[in-house]
Design a protein around this ligand. Structure first.
Ligand SMILES: Cc1cc2nc3c(=O)[nH]c(=O)nc-3n(C[C@H](O)[C@H](O)[C@H](O)COP(=O)(O)OP(=O)(O)OC[C@H]3O[C@@H](n4cnc5c(N)ncnc54)[C@H](O)[C@@H]3O)c2cc1C
Length: 474
């Protein structure tokens, strides 16, 4: 007796969006989530609890290739990493699909549906790199604060093309809880439209879709080309179709950990690509200082793509880096941190990380080893240099930058990539494992390239496409 028609492992951006896409299908869907619901406690809006004390970081540790244990910034809760996301819901640009088995036109309708599900606020006409939309964004852009409206004018005068960031934020609702930024803050009041507040809320309206929290999947059982069950902390569970949506690191680890006599190097791994091609974007914080005081609260509403076409990447604002956040992140003495934080506007420069089979997740005993080999670093340095030049032209005499830590795999992807060729990819273009008849993957693992934009909307669009496929299966 099966526990459901489909079991989805993980309730993050991929898993929850897939469940929303299966709403009303008549299929019995069981979502297994290792974490629990985030609670609305004072820490949720306390920058010191979040950034200094690591209140929300899971106990989990991974290893570097040299064997150093570290605590990754990878969150485990209902809604997954999207509970902490900056809510930037942006499409890959058309040229970003060059090495994919599908193009933007194939995904366009699913992008539109994902933008509707996540109630994205944006302006499809404002950024020259924006791909064609078949419908406008569901809502107008989140308004710039006065400092950012002024920044936008100054960037234009400096010859750049700033535009509104597409965002899945209900600003009034977010600010009603407390006047803080949302980037890297947990969403405990539904102020962000994330995998829980948007997709799961929609999916769980359907009585055939259920969520079990605090259930971790340890291993996937296979007999020949079929998955036969899941070994979980709540016992053995089974369904005719299984979807892994545990995130790019954990999905790969589960597949590797589930090796058996027929699949000695791990499930779905005839190509030897499971865990390989790990990508994570090259990112830097860039702080533009001037004599003006920055009184912005949330700040994160503007992007600049002037260097995207040259292959250098995207620039967007960070959530406001206040004094406690800066002090916690840099160890600077508080008065010095205050001087900088009060006068800085904070940017996030993001460049593509390219697929490299040697950049990979492996297992050492029960431990996950993350061996991220950065690629394309020179392009990232050029992006930061161009941004600094532009900011100086726009009237910021001092511009500081610092690369983000390698151990924060926020934009992890690529470890079970899509492709037409079973010899070089793990899944077909829908996300079904080439090697197994009833195993699907539905998370950031699928992305064959990282582009230079935030991944969630593309994960969501792929999930809705996979949902349509599963609905139509006999
Ligand atoms: C601070 C921060 C800011 C970000 N900002 C943005 C942004 O602005 N825009 C954007 O597009 N992206 C952003 N991201 C990235 C985005 O959150 C991720 O790309 C996205 O959530 C990945 O979705 P996923 O489905 O692959 O995995 P996840 O969202 O990580 O979901 C995986 C889920 O599986 C569960 N799970 C894992 N292993 C198991 C297991 N064995 N058994 C059961 N459950 C399991 C986890 O608990 C988790 O809930 C940000 C990430 C962070 C950390």
């Amino acid at each position: 007796m099966s526990d459901a028609d489909i079991i989805i492992v993980g309730s993050g951006m991929g898993g929850a969006t897939l469940a929303a896409g299966l709403k009303g299908s008549g299929l019995r869907v069981l979502i297994l989530e290792g974490g629990v619901h985030l609670k609305d406690t004072p820490e949720a809006r306390d920058p010191e609890a979040i950034f200094r004390d690591g209140h929300y970081r899971p106990d989990e540790t991974w290893l570097t290739p040299e064997g150093t244990r570290f605590n990754p910034g990878n969150y485990a809760c209902v809604g997954g990493n999207s509970k902490f996301y900056g809510a930037v819901m942006i499409r890959y640009r058309e040229a970003d699909f060059a090495r994919w088995p599908l193009d933007h036109a194939t995904l366009a309708a699913f992008y539109t549906r994902a933008e509707a599900l996540y109630q994205v606020r944006g302006d499809a006409m404002a950024d020259p790199t924006e791909p064609p939309h078949d419908a406008p964004y569901p809502h107008p852009p989140v308004p710039h604060e006065p400092e950012i409206a002024d920044l936008s004018r100054r960037l234009k005068r400096a010859g750049l093309t700033p535009s509104p960031l597409p965002l899945a934020v209900d600003l009034d609702r977010w600010l009603a809880r407390a006047s803080t930024p949302w980037d890297a803050h947990p969403d405990t009041n539904g102020g962000k439209l994330d995998a829980e507040s948007a997709a799961l809320a929609c999916a769980l309206d359907d009585p055939d879709i259920t969520l079990r929290t605090n259930v971790s999947v340890h291993q996937v059982e296979a007999d020949g080309a079929r998955i036969t069950g899941l070994l979980t902390s709540a016992g053995r569970l089974t369904a005719p179709r299984i979807v892994l949506a545990a995130g790019a690191v954990h999905t790969a680890a589960l597949l590797l950990r589930s090796a058996n006599d027929t699949h000695p190097t791990g499930l779905a791994n005839r190509s030897d690509q499971v865990g390989r091609n790990f990508m994570n974007h090259n990112t830097s914080a860039v702080l533009a200082l001037s004599h003006r005081r920055n009184r912005a609260i949330y700040q994160k509403t503007l992007q600049v793509n002037d260097w995207y076409g040259d292959g250098l990447g995207n620039v967007q604002l960070l959530g406001r880096v206040s004094t406690p956040i800066l002090a916690a992140q840099t160890g600077l003495p508080r008065p010095f941190a205050a001087l900088i934080a009060n006068h800085a506007i904070d940017f996030y420069a993001m460049s593509e990380d390219r697929p490299n089979p040697e950049s990979r997740i492996t297992l050492r005993g029960d431990d996950i080893v993350l061996d991220w080999k950065r690629s394309n670093w020179d392009a990232h340095l050029s992006l930061v240099a161009k941004l600094k030049e532009g900011l100086r032209r726009a009237g910021f005499p001092v511009v500081l930058s610092r690369a983000f830590d390698r151990r924060t795999p926020s934009h992890q992807c690529g470890t079970a990539r899509l492709g037409d060729d079973p010899a070089h990819s793990v899944c077909d273009p829908i996300g079904k494992a080439h090697d197994l008849d009833n195993l699907y993957i539905c998370d950031a693992s699928l992305l064959p390239t990282s582009a230079a934009v935030n991944p969630s909307l593309t994960i969501a669009a792929l999930a809705l496409r996979q949902a349509d496929h599963l609905r139509n299966m006999p």
